[in-house]
Design a protein around this ligand. Structure first.
Ligand SMILES: [Zn+2]
Length: 473
């Protein structure tokens, strides 16, 4: 598989450091609120990557942190009159509700910054011993001037950064350079703190991820992933800290996903143009949201507008309807192909399955092009729809196509069984069966009134040559 590496600006063959084992770290949420659609994109993207790598035979160790100590967490806890521990415990539970709904697999490890204070202190100590850190009046800082490689991920140049920084208001901290970033912040009144060799305080954000990566996966990892907004300064600073502390390469492949724009404008919490996943899933099925995101290759920006989401509902329904149809037709289909026409149709379908899977695989192997993978799924949907209309086609061929469709979807984390549209309650099925009996007994008045009952319950029943087909309205 090829992956676009932000560090080298090119697609590279993904070769893990250890045989078949991929170690990946994804920057996780700051747990002070529900997560929004912009946060959801990296979670969905890298979950899909993990599923594809596992499908391709790799063992994946997947780590995603929770940032449970930072200015936003402290501020929100103070506003709510609670502790950061209680707030983050609660928000992590809420995180899992939304992540589970989006069918995001659980990570192997979810490090929380407050549980890795010792690892953070160890890393800062290493940086201090090697001369990369110094203490100022309000904290311990990383000295950028000591690191000639600074800027290698973001392509930023220290002189340009300095020119930009000097235009801003002179900083009140006594840092050696305005670019130096904090590793350990000294205690402020009313804020949580931990003891350290430099005095009581709390870690800076960047060092948390460096330390948690090292503590869970080791000095060198294969993949480090996040949104493109994390390239600078977060990931640039992570590289600086980790590589200066250990003297080893930190990350072999850096992956960054594109932004989400809301009605063509950059999403921002301060502008108020953002959507929480929790609110969106009241209007759209979580599987539709996931499908919508994966329709774009992960590095492309996504434009989030109602019309496009509604179009995704229709497209997703084409897939679920096809699956329903395959199952439904297969129920009453013969075991072997009844006619010459049916035999030819099966051959066509089998060929379509192979071609679609190849296209799907080519897409995903090329820098996780989920847009191409979904196009391949629709090729298969079209072929399957044609096959279901051929009289006498065998159930075996139809069910094989259904299995393949489900498999290709499941690697993308798309699970049609989670679609509410597909779940027809037992009492509705009973009504449908009673209506069938009434029709057989030529009691059309009863059959009609049962149909009305089914419609009133929000379902429709269609009579097809293979029998009644029921679906949500
Ligand atoms: Zn991070």
């Amino acid at each position: 598989m090829k992956i676009y590496n932000t560090l080298t600006h090119q697609k590279e063959e993904l070769v893990p450091l250890e045989d078949n084992h991929i170690k990946m770290y994804v920057c996780g949420p700051t747990v002070y609120d529900f997560f929004h659609i912009g946060n959801a994109r990296p979670f969905i993207t890298y979950d899909t990557l993990r599923r594809y790598l596992e499908h391709s035979g790799y063992k994946v160790t997947y780590v995603q942190n929770f940032t449970d100590i930072d200015d936003k967490v402290i501020k929100r806890a103070q506003e709510e009159g609670t502790t950061i521990g209680e707030l983050s415990d609660r928000m992590i539970k809420e995180y899992f509700k939304d992540a589970d709904a989006l069918n995001i697999k659980r990570a192997d490890i979810y490090p929380r910054a407050t549980e890795y204070i010792d690892a953070i202190i160890d890393l800062v100590k290493l940086l201090e011993e090697k001369g990369f850190a110094y203490t100022s009046s309000d904290g311990v800082y990383f000295e950028i001037a000591k690191n000639p490689n600074y800027g290698k991920l973001s392509g930023k140049n220290i002189d340009d950064l300095l020119a930009g920084a000097s235009e801003r208001v002179a900083s009140k901290e006594d840092k050696k350079s305005p670019l130096d970033f904090v590793l350990w912040k000294f205690k402020k009144e009313g804020e949580p703190f931990w003891p350290s060799p430099w005095g009581e305080g709390r870690p800076g954000w960047h060092i948390e991820c460096s330390a948690m990566t090292r503590a869970t996966l080791g000095d060198t990892i294969d993949l480090h992933c996040g949104g493109v907004d994390l390239v600078f300064p977060h990931h640039e600073n992570e590289i600086a800290q980790s590589e200066c502390a250990t003297g080893k390469k930190f990350v072999r492949y850096w992956m960054h996903n594109g932004f989400i724009n809301i009605d063509k404008e950059k999403m921002s919490k301060s502008k108020g143009n953002f959507f929480l996943v929790r609110d969106l899933t009241k209007q759209y099925e979580p599987m539709v949201l996931r499908f919508f995101m994966l329709q774009a290759q992960y590095r492309m920006p996504i434009n989030f507008e109602k019309e496009l989401l509604d179009a995704a509902v229709v497209s997703w329904n084409r897939i679920t309807t096809c699956l329903d149809n395959l199952e439904h037709v297969a129920k009453s289909a013969p075991e072997t192909d009844a006619t010459e026409v049916a035999k030819n149709a099966v051959q066509e379908l089998e060929r379509a399955v192979i071609v679609a899977e190849e296209k799907w695989n080519r897409g995903l192997a090329d820098d996780l092009n989920t847009a191409d993978a979904i196009a391949a799924i629709f090729d298969l949907v079209r072929a399957a729809n044609i096959a279901t209309s051929v009289p006498g086609i065998s159930s075996k061929a139809l069910l094989k196509a259904q299995d393949k469709l489900l498999e290709l979807l499941s690697v993308l984390g798309l699970d049609p069984t989670r679609s509410e549209k597909n779940s027809v309650p037992a009492e509705i099925i009973e009504l449908v069966e009673r209506r069938q009996t009434a029709k057989k007994e030529k009691d059309f008045a009863l059959a009609d009134s049962l149909r009305d009952e089914i419609t009133a319950a929000g379902f429709k029943v269609e009579d097809t040559p293979q029998g009644p087909k029921v679906s949500a309205l």
